[in-house]
Design a protein around this ligand. Structure first.
Ligand SMILES: C[S@@+](CC[C@H](N)C(=O)[O-])C[C@H]1O[C@@H](n2cnc3c(N)ncnc32)[C@H](O)[C@@H]1O
Ligand SMILES: [Zn+2]
Ligand SMILES: [Zn+2]
Length: 433
C-alpha cells in the first residue's frame, strides 16, 4: 500500500468519526499521553495525526506562548474541528497552527520545509501505517538535536476483533486501514523505534485506555463480533462485496477460535507508550568532553574543544546558580548533543536567551542565544562538565563579565583574568562613545 492509499483509507475511516470524536475516550487518553512527555516552556512541538487537536492543545498550554505547536492531519473533518477550537480562543492559541497533509510525506507540506522540532507526538495513530519503521524514520528527520518522539501502539489483546479482522483481510489478500500485527509487547515498540535509528528513553504500558479494562468472550461470540464489525460496523465498506463477506465470515470465525485459551478470549484495554530520542550522532571516540546534571537525568556530549571559561556575575546567573556567578564555556552548537533529556527543562528569562536545567536536581546546564529561531551562541555550564574525562586542552579562566551586577558580598578572585562591567564588546563601545 503506498502512502497515498493509506491516507485515503484513513480519510474514509475518520471523516465519519470526526463529528463524534470529541465525545470519546480519546479526550482522557490525550491527557494521559501528554502526562508522560516532559514538555517545557518555549519548545517547538509537532503533533502528527493530530485529529481534532485533543493533544495539540494540551501541548500548546504546556509549551506556552513562547513555544510553537504544529498539528498535521489528513482528514479534513478532523482538522476543521481542530481549527475551530483555535478560532474560539485565538489569543490563547496564537502559537498553534494546523496543516492538512499526509504525514508519510511531510516534505510535501510547504510550511514544514526546513523546520525542526523539540518534540514530535503521534497519538493513537502509529498502527495506522503499514511500515512503522519507515514512518518513524521519516518523522525523526524533523527532530532537533536531542529532540524526542512519543507514540503509542496497541496491546495485542486490545479490541481483539480488530486483530481477527486484520488476519481475515490478510488471508483474503485485502488490507485493513490499520496494521497492528507487529505490536505484541513493549519490546515491539522499542524494536521499531530502535530500527528507525532512535535511542529509546522509555516504554510504558498504559492500562484502561478506553475504560473497559479487561473482558472475556466465549468462542461462540465470534459471530456476534463479526456482525458488529463487518455487517454493521467500521469494516462494512471494506467487505462490501457479498461473496467476499461470505468468505470473510468463515475465516473470521476460524481466526477468532484460534485466539481462545481454555475456551475464552481475553480482551485487554492497554496500549504501549514509547518515548525515544534522536540517537546521539557523536561517537564515543569523537567526544572531547561530556557532562550532565547531578541526578543523571540530563547528559550531553561535545565533539568540539570549548572556549576558555567566562564567569558571568549577572543577577540572573546568581539566582539560577545560588552562587556569586556561573562559569560557562562556549562550543559550536552543532557539536553539542544531548544524550539524555529525561528531566531537561527550559527557561527563558529574556526573549534572547534560553537556559536549560535539570527539572529534578536543579543543575543549570546550557545557555543559548537565539535569534530568528537560530542559535547564535551556545554555552554549557562549567560545573556540569565531567572534568576527569576531559580530552584535549583543559579550558583556562578567560574573563569575568557583568561585574556591574556582582553580588555585594562577592570577592572577585585574584586570577589575573580581565573584568568587564558588562562584556568586553559592550565596555569598549561605552568607552568610545
Ligand atoms: C485515532 S485518530 C488520533 C487523533 C489524535 N492524535 C488524538 O489522539 O486524538 C487518528 C488520526 O490519524 C489521522 N491519519 C491517519 N493517517 C494519516 C496520514 N497519512 N497523514 C495524516 N494524518 C493521518 C486520521 O485522520 C485521524 O485523525
Ligand atoms: Zn538532574
Ligand atoms: Zn549571567
Amino acid at each position: 500500500m503506498s502512502s497515498g492509499l493509506q491516507a485515503q483509507a484513513a480519510i474514509q475511516l475518520y471523516e465519519g468519526r470526526s463529528a463524534d470524536y470529541d465525545n470519546t475516550w480519546h479526550v482522557s487518553f490525550a491527557e494521559r499521553f501528554a502526562s508522560h512527555v516532559n514538555f517545557s516552556q518555549g519548545q517547538h512541538v509537532l503533533d502528527l495525526a493530530c485529529g481534532t487537536g485533543l493533544l495539540t492543545y494540551i501541548e500548546a498550554d504546556a509549551v506556552g506562548p513562547t513555544g510553537r505547536v504544529v498539528g498535521v492531519d489528513v482528514t479534513p473533518g478532523m482538522l476543521q474541528r481542530a481549527m475551530a477550537k483555535k478560532q474560539r480562543e485565538s489569543a490563547r492559541f496564537a502559537h498553534v497552527e494546523f496543516h492538512e497533509g499526509d504525514i508519510l510525506s511531510l516534505n510535501t507540506i510547504e510550511p514544514l520545509q526546513g523546520q525542526k522540532f523539540d518534540v514530535i507526538t503521534v497519538a493513537s495513530a502509529l498502527v495506522l501505517f503499514p511500515d512503522p519503521v519507515a514512518a518513524i524514520r521519516h518523522w525523526a528527520g524533523y527532530l532537533n538535536p536531542g529532540g524526542i518522539v512519543a507514540m503509542d501502539s496497541t496491546h495485542p489483546k486490545n479490541l481483539v476483533a480488530g486483530i481477527v479482522l486484520e488476519r481475515t483481510a490478510k488471508r483474503l489478500g485485502m488490507e485493513m486501514p490499520y496494521h497492528r500485527e507487529w505490536s505484541k509487547s513493549e519490546q515491539s515498540l522499542r524494536d521499531v523505534m530502535t530500527a528507525a535509528g532512535l535511542d529509546v528513553v522509555q516504554v510504558v504500558t498504559i492500562e484502561n485506555q478506553s475504560g473497559y479494562g479487561k473482558r472475556e468472550y466465549d468462542v461462540s461470540d465470534g459471530i456476534m463480533q463479526f456482525i458488529s464489525n463487518v455487517i454493521t460496523g467500521m469494516a462494512q465498506t471494506i467487505f462490501a462485496d457479498s461473496e467476499v463477506r461470505r468468505k470473510a465470515k468463515d475465516i473470521f470465525e476460524e481466526e477468532w477460535e484460534k485466539l481462545a485459551e481454555h475456551g475464552k478470549i481475553e480482551e485487554v484495554d492497554s496500549v504501549f507508550l514509547g518515548i525515544a530520542q534522536e540517537a546521539s550522532q557523536i561517537l564515543s571516540e569523537d567526544v572531547v568532553f561530556s557532562g550532565g546534571c547531578r541526578c543523571g537525568g540530563v547528559r550531553y556530549r561535545s565533539s568540539a574543544q570549548p572556549s576558555p571559561i567566562t564567569f558571568c556575575h549577572c543577577r540572573a546567573c546568581q539566582q539560577v546558580s545560588g552562587s556569586g556567578s556561573l562559569p560557562f564555556i562556549e562550543i559550536p552548537t552543532e557539536s553539542l548533543r544531548m544524550t539524555s533529556t529525561i528531566t531537561l527543562k527550559s527557561l527563558w528569562l529574556s526573549e534572547k536567551a534560553e537556559r536549560t536545567f535539570c527539572g529534578s536536581c536543579g543543575a543549570p546546564i546550557t545557555m543559548k542565544y537565539i535569534s530568528d529561531g537560530k542559535v547564535t551562541e551556545c554555552y554549557v555550564t562549567m560545573g556540569s562538565v565531567d572534568t576527569e574525562k576531559f580530552k584535549g586542552e583543559f579550558p583556562k579562566i578567560e574573563q569575568h563579565i557583568y561585574v556591574k551586577e556582582k553580588a555585594l558580598w562577592e570577592v572577585l578572585p585574584d586570577d589575573g583574568a580581565p573584568r568587564y562591567e558588562v562584556t568586553r564588546e559592550d565596555d569598549m563601545r561605552a568607552q568610545s562613545a
